[in-house]
Design a protein around this ligand. Sequence first.
Ligand code: 4AD
Ligand code: MG
Length: 460
Amino acid sequence: MKRTKIIQLLKSDAQMDNVLVKGWVRTRRNSKGFSFVEVNDGSCLKNIQIVANSSLNNYMNIARLSTGSAVIISGKLVESMGTGQRWEVLADRFEIVSLAPDSYPLQKKRHTDEFLRTIAHLRPRTNKYGAVFRIRSELSYAIHNFFRDRGFQYIHSPIITGSDCEGAGELFRVTTLALENLPKKNGITDYAQDFFGAEANLTVSGQLSAEMFALALGDVYTFGPTFRAENSHTSRHVAEFWMVEPEMAFCNLEGNMNLAEEIIKYLTTFILNKSIDDLELFANFVDKSLLSTLENIASSNFERIPYSLAVEILKKSSGKFVYDIEFGMDLQTEHERYLTEHHFKKPLIIFDYPKTIKPFYMRLNHDNKTVAAMDVLVPKIGEIIGGSQREERIEILEKRMDETKMSKDAYWWYIDSRRFGSVEHSGFGLGFERLLMLMTGISNIRDVIPFPRTPNSIEF
Ligand code: 4AD
Ligand code: MG
């Protein structure tokens, strides 16, 4: 007999004679002649109530079942006589697969996020983290759907690469050299003897690969893990995160902004429709304003302003900031959040940033001072998307590479793509964990990824 997921049972509109439930005990309550066991199988937030009659041959053990134990029940789905649930399962057979001892750390009380991080191997068994990771799964699916519906091809960009797309030097090195005995040539490490015969690192972005494929397949996207060795101890940065990176040929900055706005709205609407039970948990226990924030995002037109105007607004604002802001400086999270949360009260796209604070590949504007960059900022988080129109003019690209000290030799193939059929093209990177923070109201990025990788932490 096939196992039935609890989500299916709870949606049933008729009683069913033969159901098979496999899951873990959340709670048990004994009353005269019966034991009521709440079982969860991870398919949804809700449990199913199992009614175990004292006539069952192993009733003695059932009546002592502890939280966290694994169980298999076959029986009938019937209308519940109790209040609080429509359906319950009357057990014909109740197998205790493995009994969890009383030391099981997830007892009925609520635990702090900090504590649950120390038991990250068990935290998906709680209501809250079960919901986080179901939403993570739904959104992954929705992202592929979004692009597929629009004719984008899915590209697998390499994880190991020799390049540093962002030029920030925040690279995790990949090597097979013996670190305690590095081969030297003229006093410096000889990477010619390393596995790839050259320096290699984990990718910080799939963009450069995606550009090559956009110039062949038109509209493409990558969706995979990216890595940054930035030593920031913030609630918005992890060393390993997932990024969604569309890249479109024959597309300028405006088309890029349109796609960015469209995908955020699409994903927000999707999750409001698909995962409302899980979202309500976050609205009740994490962020009271979550549903109105999401509805506002789904229905508002995103504000679009140039960087220079953003700086002016911030300078005139009465907001007290820890960091000053002047033209030419990068916006800090506090500035970003002020603009989207307090000033515009909705998502905001800032474009045309100074070239001095942006990577080499962004297209230079006529003013020679700014580039066709864009960041999408959302309430509670700040930057969720970073992107740009790309520099398709070979001479300007080479000049920018010189200015930013990027090796033209190492990136010869990137430059080469501008030699043959170069066209205007654009793309962006959507941080998948930041998206999950937005959708759940969870304020620490460590709590939306299964096993977070942060400075000084590699457990699990
Ligand atoms: O703005 P970033 O650095 O842009 C790029 O990497 C471009 N190459 C993308 C492109 O144009 N194809 O990063 C993009 C997004 C950020 O807006 C943020 O949401 C997320 O990636 N991000 C991080 N998320 C978690 N932890 C980190 N350390 C992150 N760094 C960036
Ligand atoms: Mg950025």
